[in-house]
Design a protein around this ligand. Structure first.
Ligand SMILES: C[S@@+](CC[C@H](N)C(=O)[O-])C[C@H]1O[C@@H](n2cnc3c(N)ncnc32)[C@H](O)[C@@H]1O
Length: 304
């Protein structure tokens, strides 16, 4: 993949050399997949006077769909089919407060709300927090390219269930987009009003402290993996303190590394996950109609 801008040699950044680029290409491919690599190349060409690091930083700040996707984790369905009815049985006549930590661009938040509605439950509210204001802006804008990037193949073939769209939880905006990667045009979509009303976004750094409000279930997918152990512990303490006693927590199912680097990167996280429940006084729960394979659930202590 050739993307070396003509003037790269004149880049003020002494660490950016053409020799690095193959490595960078590979890293972009590993991290973000082919569409992410394409986006990286486009950004690089558009800003050919920028040092490489600036391009990478901008890419990571951009709301690229590769950081999340609709219905990315199956625990969203487990919340909808199992955890919500279980909590409703335990806390009758009370709306179930869901706290999503690390909501990114909102695709997960809206998927969750739509999944719960599609399972016939309406008495809930999602508070979705993220540290990144650009992602929250996109979440509030709530207009998405359907089939946007490499995960979009999954959105197209598997994870974006057409029945949910057909049931009216997502709708076309009327705008379309195209790309040379896939056949075109594809729609821009947005959540329906019913789904939008179920989610509130808030900027919050969970490392700084708990989220105010009454929450009965915390969803923390693909956030803890990015931090060192001590920070993971801080996040856990603040997440538990954001919940009413005896609430539920759920995390993404254990990942299997796709290459030796990823396996090595995941190893300390897996070790941390193995000891985390006991260290935080969490007990494993399996809500009815759910499989552990699709995401794990824990009960927080009754007395905190
Ligand atoms: C990899 S994305 C995961 C998005 C979504 N939960 C999913 O599984 O697809 C991680 C998100 O967590 C957010 N995040 C990272 N650290 C955070 C923190 N300390 N407080 C709040 N959000 C954080 C990031 O900004 C990013 O949007």
């Amino acid at each position: 993949m050739k993307h070396v801008p003509e003037n790269l040699a004149a880049s003020p950044d002494p660490t950016s050399t053409p020799e690095d680029l193959d490595v960078v290409d590979q890293a972009m491919l590993d991290l973000y997949g082919p569409a992410g690599l394409k986006q990286f190349n486009e950004l690089y060409q558009e800003n050919s006077d920028w040092p490489l690091e600036a391009v990478i930083r901008r890419l990571s700040e951009q709301v690229i769909s590769t950081q999340t996707q609709f219905y990315r984790e199956p625990n969203l369905w487990s919340i909808a089919t199992g955890a919500i009815p279980m909590l409703q049985g335990e806390r009758p006549n009370k709306p179930i407060g869901i706290l999503e930590i690390g909501c990114a661009n909102g695709k997960e938040s809206y998927s969750l709300a739509a999944a719960i509605l599609a399972n016939g439950h309406a008495d809930f509210q999602v508070t979705a927090v993220d540290v990144n204001p650009a992602k929250l802006e996109a979440a509030r804008l709530a207009e998405y390219k359907l089939y946007e990037s490499f995960e979009s193949l999954m959105e197209q073939n598997w994870s974006f269930p057409q029945p949910v769209k057909k049931a009216g939880y997502f709708e076309d905006t009327g705008r379309t987009w195209s790309t040379y990667s896939f056949a075109a045009p594809y729609p821009y979509i947005r959540p329906s009003r019913e789904v939008l009303e179920k989610v509130t976004f808030q900027q919050h750094d969970i490392i700084d402290g708990p989220v105010a409000g009454e929450h009965d279930l915390a969803l923390i997918n693909n956030v803890l993996v990015h931090y060192p152990d001590a920070t993971r512990d801080t996040i856990m303490r603040h997440a538990i303190a954001s919940l009413s006693p005896g609430s539920l927590m759920t995390f993404e199912a254990k990942m299997i590394g796709r290459n030796p680097n990823e396996v090595a990167w995941l190893k300390p996280y897996h070790a941390w996950r193995d000891t985390m429940p006991e260290r935080f006084g969490l007990t494993t729960v399996q809500p009815p109609n759910t499989l552990a394979l699709h995401g794990v659930f824990y009960r927080t202590p009754e007395a905190v």
